[in-house]
Design a protein around this ligand. Structure first.
Ligand SMILES: N[C@@H](CCC(=O)N[C@@H](CS)C(=O)NCC(=O)O)C(=O)O
Length: 223
């Protein structure tokens, strides 16, 4: 039975899963959920897949799982993948960065994306105070990441792990949402290396860019 993944090609959260699956050699059946049409917010979607109305969602037989990090850990478990870390110490550090990136990193980059991109699409005024707060949080986190990444190619150990994909996720929207990552050279160098070394990360970036940029052009939005 094939494993299905529900999501929109423009989603950086879906990208974390599709990139990880490609790297692990796991074939996923993609089921498109058009987020611009609100397809994840219907009563049916919420009842069947995710009561929060968010994607990606994995369906594997009678297992229904949401949250991209949990999905990636599930997939990694299926194939005993080294993406979870290869020593006990590394495995806990991978989890540390995955949990951290959900709470302290992507929360605030998502706020900036919603303010700069989402509100522009909806024709709503930006909340400048919220933007300033989120940008302060992102800068504080980026400073720590920049120090951590000095002289390192990967977040944990000397190989790619799920921690890299989780921390790299906001780069999916960096140009559109204008995250201030350019001020952190080790962060940029680490991400450039991911793009160059892992074709799956570059291919899924092209997919996100194509989907979002095509949508923005279709509604006449220039950021
Ligand atoms: N923490 C969640 C985030 C999921 C999320 O925010 N998904 C967005 C797309 S990137 C979504 O489905 N949005 C639909 C909506 O808000 O209606 C994860 O990592 O999976």
């Amino acid at each position: 039975m094939t494993i299905k993944i529900y999501g929109d090609a423009g989603s950086g959260s879906l990208r974390r899963v599709t990139a990880a699956a490609k790297i692990m050699g796991i074939e996923l059946e993609r089921v498109n959920v058009d987020l611009f049409k609100g397809e994840s917010q219907t009563d049916g979607f919420k009842a069947r897949f995710n009561p929060h109305g968010l994607t990606p969602v994995l369906v594997d037989g009678d297992t229904v799982l949401y949250e991209a990090s949990a999905i990636n850990l599930y997939l990694a478990g299926k194939v005993n993948s080294p993406l979870v870390g290869t020593t006990e110490k590394d495995r806990f550090h991978v989890l540390q960065w995955m949990f951290w990136s959900g709470e302290q990193w992507r929360t605030f980059t998502t706020t900036i994306f919603d303010e700069r991109v989402g509100k522009t699409v909806m024709g709503l005024p930006k909340d400048e105070a919220l933007l300033g707060f989120a940008e302060g949080k992102v800068r504080a986190a980026a400073k720590v990441l920049d120090k951590h990444l000095e002289g390192r190619k990967f977040m944990v150990g000397d190989a790619l792990t799920l921690a890299d994909l989780d921390v790299a996720a906001p780069f999916s929207q960096v140009d559109r949402a204008k995250f201030p990552f350019g001020d952190y050279p080790n962060l940029i160098a680490w991400h450039d290396n991911l793009l160059q070394s892992f074709p799956a990360w570059a291919e899924t970036k092209a997919e996100v860019d194509n989907r979002i940029d095509t949508f923005l052009a279709s509604v006449g939005v220039t950021l």
